[in-house]
Write a protein that binds this ligand. Structure first.
Ligand code: NAD
Length: 363
């Protein structure tokens, strides 16, 4: 199969959908790889590195679309690309159709085969192509909080781990899934006192067994949140209710009970945010203050660390790309239930129920 790796064109996006080492694996499987010129530069991969791995560098996105059986991206195709997508071409990327009716309706008209990273499932029912980005965002949340706690940024001026004779900071992480566990591990590693809240007892039991001694897994309830945020120097919002908007767990009124200069990081902002005062921010202008509390609400946190994010993402996508390219999309979907769940559109029809339900379109 001829596989095209496109350069990302969405703003603040420096990731790329395949590394040179991924290209080497794909070519070893007998495929021809076309990589758009400078596609990997934002993630630290030069055109020469792709050529060494066996790819051909192609000057324009139009040529990549024109010559490829399958194209790969990181973000959803942008309107300027729709006309370049060919009938029956496989487009393998994050699509997030259910969040964007315009994209869904326009993309349907391309008659292509859209396989979305975010709906592929593994045998345990989890979402293997979302997990790596949650790991990045969770780990980054504490790094960002530590930075904005510094006085020069308007924060409380406290070191997460304290020092000899000085107590550490208190970090409250709400949501004990992938983001929350990674945030808690980072905060624990830096020596903070960490409360990790979840509503799932089995999950809490597991966290109690695997997390370090300075992490205290607790059942999440409105009263526990109310009580703990008074003590918090940092609060990380990491909840997810599948298919629903995030619940508002900290109201504006509650900010008044927190310590001035505390930092709240709302990682769940891409699902609407779990604090009442959250609004999406960008890497260029990541924080704002409400009632003396610093808010960090960047919706695409992994974009700030494209080298780590690209490698983490492509580690997860590569086995699927190999299987789709080796078997073709029909056989890959037939033989791998997880890839079948990733199939969102084929031959002008929606093939994923969540997308058809979102807009009442034919399934
Ligand atoms: P996950 O499903 O692994 O974990 C979510 C956890 O939240 C679950 O364990 C669930 O039991 C818990 N939960 C639900 N309601 C709760 C409540 N009221 N109190 C406490 N816990 C509650 O999800 P994840 O992968 O960790 O993702 C978390 C959020 O981070 C999602 O909204 C995701 O979209 C977002 N995210 C954002 C970025 C970013 O760049 N901003 C990047 C990756 C993920």
């Amino acid at each position: 199969m001829i596989v095209g790796i496109l350069k990302e064109i969405k703003s603040e996006e420096n990731r790329v959908s395949m590394t040179p080492s991924g290209v080497e694996v794909m070519t070893a499987n007998g495929h021809t790889l076309l990589v758009e010129q400078t596609a990997g530069v934002g993630s630290g991969f030069s055109d020469a590195m792709y050529v060494d791995a066996g790819a051909e560098i192609v000057a324009t996105p139009a040529e990549v679309f024109e010559r490829s059986d399958m194209v790969m991206h990181v973000k959803e195709p942008q309107p300027s690309e729709y006309a370049m997508v060919k009938k029956d071409q496989i487009v393998f990327t994050y699509m997030h159709f259910a969040a964007d009716e315009g994209l869904t309706r326009d993309f349907l008209k391309t008659d292509s085969v859209a396989i979305a990273y975010e709906t592929i499932e593994d045998t345990s029912g989890s979402l293997p192509l979302l997990t790596p980005m949650s790991e990045v965002a969770g780990r980054m949340s504490v790094q960002e909080a530590a930075k904005y706690l510094e006085r020069v940024h308007g924060g409380r001026g406290i070191l997460l781990g304290g020092v000899t004779g000085v107590p550490p900071a208190t970090v409250v992480v709400i949501g004990g899934g992938i983001v929350g566990t990674n945030a808690a591990q980072m905060a624990c590693g830096l020596g903070a006192k960490v409360y990790l809240l979840d509503m799932n007892l089995d999950r809490l039991r597991h966290l109690g067994e695997v997390m370090p001694k300075n992490c205290f897994p607790m059942m999440s309830s409105p009263s526990t949140v109310r009580e703990l945020i008074r003590e918090a120097d940092v609060v990380v919002g990491a909840v997810l209710i599948p298919g629903a908007k995030a619940p508002k767990l900290i109201t504006r009124e509650m900010l008044g009970t927190m310590k001035p200069g505390a930092v709240i990081v709302d990682v769940a902002i891409d699902q609407g945010g779990c604090f009442e005062t959250s609004k999406p921010t960008t890497h260029g202008n990541p924080i704002y203050e409400v009632d003396g509390i610093i808010h960090y609400c960047v919706a695409n946190m992994p974009g700030a660390v494209p080298i780590t994010s690209t490698i983490a993402l492509t580690n997860a996508t590569l086995p699927y790309a190999v299987e789709i390219a080796n078997k073709g999309w029909k056989r890959a979907c037939k033989e791998n239930e997880g890839i079948k769940l990733g199939l969102n559109m084929a031959q002008g029809k929606i093939t994923y129920k969540g997308v058809s339900d979102a807009f009442g379109l034919e399934y």
